[in-house]
Design a protein around this ligand. Structure first.
Ligand SMILES: NC(=O)c1ccc[n+]([C@@H]2O[C@H](COP(=O)([O-])OP(=O)(O)OC[C@H]3O[C@@H](n4cnc5c(N)ncnc54)[C@H](OP(=O)(O)O)[C@@H]3O)[C@@H](O)[C@H]2O)c1
Length: 294
């Protein structure tokens, strides 16, 4: 199939592209920068959707960039980089003479309200209590297409664990030095997924005609707490991981509102993802981390 991937140049997009190509699919990225194998957002807005079978959107400013202050300007970038690209793709799909078979968006589990007790599946309510949950609601609304000619899928992803980027990319150095540990109390849930499985779920959504609606992109054993995650990462590296990062430090670096993404968490289960027939390669945290840090 011909697959168009918005934000395909990033951490998830690179892994997804490798897997798509290995399965014989053709990939074109939509990027802010022109280059080989890609088109740009301005070209898309000028000329409409290029001929393709599936469209996926992964574009978005990195929310947890520690070098950016959590101020109004950055919040706007976080919001518009997701809403504008998603709107543009949805509009281009609606107008296309030959609409694609499937349209897939990756959002986040920040849709569900952090809680030490609640368990959330894809039908659970959410999306209306803070900046991030409101963002997910608007993002998913921006993707909605009128009519049924294109299959629509939203994957609400947990923290994506993979080599060379994402959360692990930022944590690896302190953990390797034996300076890692839980964040804040460590009791908060840490919904995670191996990058190979997130790419796998996207390919499942793209290839299986019966898949539509929301899928949670988390591992089935994702009912891990942050402290358990820190311990497992320390074990995978053969290093102690007992030094906690105090909440106050996290709030100072990320700002109070953004720090909630790290200091609070949700227990999320992939009920629909499993029910649609997806089989995980890395259902267990220990094996997922060993694969990543090996
Ligand atoms: N990584 C995770 O743990 C995780 C968890 C849940 C949800 N997600 C969501 O999954 C998507 C992909 O995540 P990722 O980790 O692969 O992200 P990433 O590596 O930070 O980047 C994704 C791509 O988005 C594009 N982009 C960045 N800033 C942009 C802006 N201001 N305007 C337009 N495009 C911009 C970039 O492509 P160009 O430079 O080519 O334009 C970049 O390669 C994001 O929407 C993210 O919110 C990620």
């Amino acid at each position: 199939m011909r697959v168009l991937v918005g934000g395909g140049t990033g951490f998830i997009g690179t892994a997804l592209t490798q897997l798509l190509k290995a399965r014989g699919h053709e990939v074109t990225w939509v990027s802010r920068q022109p280059g080989p194998g890609r088109t740009t957002w301005s070209e898309l807005s000028r000329s409409g959707l290029p001929l393709c079978d599936v469209v996926i959107n992964l574009a978005g400013e990195n929310v947890l960039n520690p070098r950016r202050r959590w101020n109004e300007a950055f919040q706007k970038e976080v919001l518009t980089s997701r809403l504008d690209t998603t709107h543009l793709l949805a509009k281009a799909i609606t107008k296309a003479e030959h609409p694609p078979r499937a349209w897939i968006l990756v959002t986040g589990v920040a849709y569900y309200k952090p809680s030490p007790t609640e368990e959330y599946d894809e039908d659970s309510p959410g999306g209306n209590f803070d900046f991030f949950s409101n963002l997910v609601t608007k993002w998913e609304e921006a993707a909605r297409l009128p009519g049924e000619s294109t299959r629509q899928v939203v994957v609400r992803s947990g923290v994506v664990l993979g080599r060379g980027g994402g959360a692990i990319g930022q944590m690896l150095l302190p953990f390797r030095l034996g300076l890692g540990g839980p964040i804040g109390s460590g009791h908060q849930f840490f919904p995670w997924i191996h990058i190979g499985d997130l790419a796998g779920i996207l390919i499942h959504a793209l290839e299986a005609n019966h898949v539509q609606g929301v899928l949670n992109g988390v591992a089935p054993a994702s009912t891990t707490t942050n402290a358990e995650f820190a311990q497992a990462l320390g074990a995978a590296l053969g290093r102690p991981a007992f030094i906690p990062v105090p909440s106050i430090v996290v709030q100072a670096v990320f700002g109070r509102e953004r720090a909630t993404m790290l200091l609070e968490g949700q227990k999320v289960v992939p009920r629909r993802t499993l029910a649609t027939g997806y089989q995980y390669s890395f259902p267990e945290l220990g094996a997922a981390l060993k694969d990543i840090v090996a």
